[in-house]
Design a protein around this ligand. Structure first.
Ligand SMILES: *[C@@H]1O[C@H](CO)[C@@H](O)[C@H](O)[C@H]1NC(C)=O
Ligand SMILES: *[C@@H]1O[C@H](CO)[C@@H](O)[C@H](O)[C@H]1NC(C)=O
Ligand SMILES: *[C@@H]1O[C@H](CO)[C@@H](O)[C@H](O)[C@H]1NC(C)=O
Length: 648
């Protein structure tokens, strides 16, 4: 017996020795500077508890673009053959080797297996660790940061964190580490340690003034002045103006087989009385009609706080989105996040795709809404995870500055947009309202920080993700007729546009952008913008974004923004889906490879005047063909419908 036992022991020793790989730490992620307004105030308490979440690499991600193009390129034999959610999840599920490698590493660092969990999706490993343990695991330091103007506190590590080389290969990103939000909701300072030790920090994409793409208003207007609708589209944009501008007349044939969702982040909310006020004037058959509410992570259409900053966005999106698709086509409202906490884009994506759902080990509690929400009045239900079947078209009028987020965070989210495209979903985002500057008119400095006196152009995200369709803004020029060519929007807001600093240029736009850069080379110094000619350029398309007549709080106001342009494009694309579904074809899905193709060239109204000022410059110029102000131009619905019906 003895020798045998010994050999077992020896074998075990050999086994553990061979699996215990020790490699040097390598830098895994870094941040060039902390977001504007934040300062480190002191080191985080070593005993505070962090819900460390380790996102595993998704195998086959390098094939993702190829798969997406296979179903989205108009000339592809598999055009429209979208994948099921199950196939997407299976294809990109992290490997057992990745799971084992991370588990073994944590174990070898003294993190007991009982503290380590694998998420349901298999994509994330979660370990509850102290700040001290996290600092040793990641060879970094955690500090408490404070926001200058709001006093909000936030815990994050220094400018970089590290992983052993053999682990790094299996990891996309670790949270909470470098990732900051633009601004967090103000919370009492004494809440901080509690916040670190339990999930539940604010995600404020829906908070007024919190770095969102908010529509702007020039105030109330007297409805009596809107009578001569089509002759006054230069002053008042109504649904009929948009129909005239974009040759958009359509009655849905199979509305119940089709879907269009508009996303709002709590506390942004629509007011039912405002919808009716709008419908009464502009779409009387829809009086009493409401969007179908899909509440995500406790999303509520709150009515406690009202005013333009709470109702402007939702009212605008729903009034125009619903009126344009018409009474027959139901519109879904994805209302995301509860009142105390709010939510981020990741919360929406979790709900749309169970394989992205990261609650058990993925979302960054300092970045994303975490549910159940322990805050008073918070949503006590579990997080929505794969609970919502994505609509065919999803329109979002909110956005960040790319520089607010780390490249790894944006890359992971961008890959998810590609997966939605693979499933046949069209994802639309506003391109921003500050021209070449970012939200809050912030521009970049050479060290990567963002300030109002920065000089470097500041692109927006998710518009720079090559797998979303970014929508810019145009205007009917003052004094012009609705049949005259539009310009880039230069009233109240400027169309967001430019070149990404994070994402490479996708093939589908290479020739369009090259045309712009060679025929109309911008005169700005190459250190002011990403002049490499190799980075993702945006927006892709545009639509009117000036002088929208919106009912807000019982009166009509004039509203401006790419926020307005996006749901309008969403409505047109929804009608195109209806026509395709009615003849047994698939929805249009990820449209970018199609819209840049030669056959679609004549289906856009090219916008060739106006610029998008920002960062102390006049911005880029709208030119013949694609440009980084208005993209390919505005839609000609009648022509687009024909082209899309011709595709398989
Ligand atoms: C719009 O509504 C106002 C207030 O109810 C009404 O006075 C006006 O006649 C309406 N205008 C149109 C064009 O329906
Ligand atoms: C320009 O964009 C590319 C992505 O194509 C990126 O690799 C590069 O770092 C960017 N340059 C700057 C200065 O941000
Ligand atoms: C609408 O505006 C008018 C003045 O333009 C004001 O008298 C009225 O109180 C407003 N209505 C609401 C509901 O705010």
């Amino acid at each position: 017996m003895f020798p045998k036992l010994l050999s077992v022991v020896l074998l075990a020793l050999v086994a553990s020795a061979s699996s215990l790989t020790i490699t040097p730490h390598v830098r895994h992620e870094y941040r060039r500077s902390i977001p504007s307004g934040w300062n480190a105030v002191h080191r985080a308490s070593p005993t505070a508890v962090l819900p460390l979440r380790i996102g595993l690499v998704q195998p086959g991600l390098e094939e993702l673009e190829k798969h997406l193009l296979d179903v989205s390129q108009p000339e592809s034999p598999n055009y429209g053959q979208h994948w099921s959610a199950g196939r997407v999840a299976e294809t990109f599920r992290p490997s057992k080797q990745s799971v084992d490698t991370v588990r073994e590493w944590l174990h070898s660092e003294g993190i007991d297996a009982s503290r380590v969990k694998l998420s349901k999706s298999g994509g994330w490993i979660e370990a509850t660790v102290s700040v001290q343990e996290a600092e040793s695991l990641l060879k970094t330091h955690y500090s408490v940061y404070e926001h200058e103007s709001t006093g909000t506190q936030h815990v994050a590590c220094g400018s970089e964190y590290h992983l052993p080389e053999h682990v790094s290969k299996h990891v996309e990103l670790v949270t909470p580490t470098l990732h900051f939000d633009v601004k967090l909701k103000r919370e009492p300072v004494e809440e901080l340690e509690k916040r670190v030790s339990k999930p539940g920090t604010a995600k404020t994409i829906g908070q007024p003034g919190h770095g969102v793409v908010v529509p702007k208003t020039t105030g109330r207007i007297n409805i009596k002045s809107i009578f001569q609708e089509l002759s006054q589209c230069d002053q008042f944009i109504t649904p009929n103006c948009l129909r005239a501008l974009y040759k958009y007349v359509y009655v849905p044939l199979v509305p119940n087989k089709n879907s269009y969702a508009i996303v709002e982040y709590t506390p942004q909310a629509y007011l039912a009385s405002d919808l009716d006020l709008f419908f009464k004037n502009f779409s009387s058959s829809q009086i009493g009609q409401r969007p179908n509410l899909v509440s995500i992570d406790g999303g509520v259409v709150q009515t406690d706080q009202t005013g333009f900053e709470y109702n402007g966005e939702s009212n605008l999106d729903l009034q125009f989105g619903m009126a344009l698709v018409g009474k027959k086509q139901p519109v879904t409202l994805y209302q995301v996040g509860d009142i105390p906490q709010g939510a981020s884009f990741n919360n929406l994506l979790d709900a749309l795709d169970g394989s992205y759902c990261t609650f058990e080990g993925g979302d960054d509690p300092l970045q994303d809404g975490i549910y159940p929400d322990p805050l008073p009045g918070g949503y006590k239900g579990g997080p929505d995870c794969g609970t919502v079947k994505p609509a065919n078209v999803i329109s979002t009028s909110y956005g960040y500055n790319e520089a607010d987020l780390t490249p790894a965070y944006t890359a992971r989210q961008c890959a998810e947009y590609a997966k939605l495209g693979l499933m046949g979903v069209t994802v639309l985002y506003s391109s921003g309202d500050n021209g070449v500057a970012g939200n809050g008119a912030l521009c970049l400095n050479p060290d990567g920080s963002q300030t109002n006196d920065g000089k470097i152009f500041n692109p927006s995200f998710p518009g720079t993700c090559p797998f979303v369709t970014s929508v810019g803004a145009t205007q009917v020029n003052p004094g012009a007729k609705v049949t005259d060519p539009e310009s880039a929007c230069m009233q109240v807001i400027y169309s967001g546009g430019g070149f990404s600093n994070y994402f490479a240029m996708p093939d589908y736009q290479k020739s369009a952008v090259k045309n712009y850069l060679t025929k109309f080379p911008p005169s700005f110094a190459p250190n002011l913008w990403n002049a490499t000619g190799t980075s993702r350029a945006f927006p892709d398309i545009s639509a009117n974004g000036a002088n929208y007549v919106v009912a807000v709080n019982g009166n009509f106001s004039r509203v401006f923004g790419t926020s307005a342009s996006t749901p309008v494009v969403g409505a047109l694309l929804t009608s195109i889906n209806d026509a395709r579904i009615a003849i047994g074809k698939r929805p249009i899905g990820f449209i970018n490879p199609t819209i840049y193709s030669a056959k679609f060239a004549g289906a856009w109204n090219d916008v060739t005047s106006g610029t998008n000022p920002g960062c102390g410059t006049p911005g880029f110029a709208a030119t013949p063909g694609w440009d980084p102000v208005t993209g390919l131009g505005t839609p000609n619905f009648a022509k687009l419908l024909v082209q899309w019906l011709l595709l398989p």
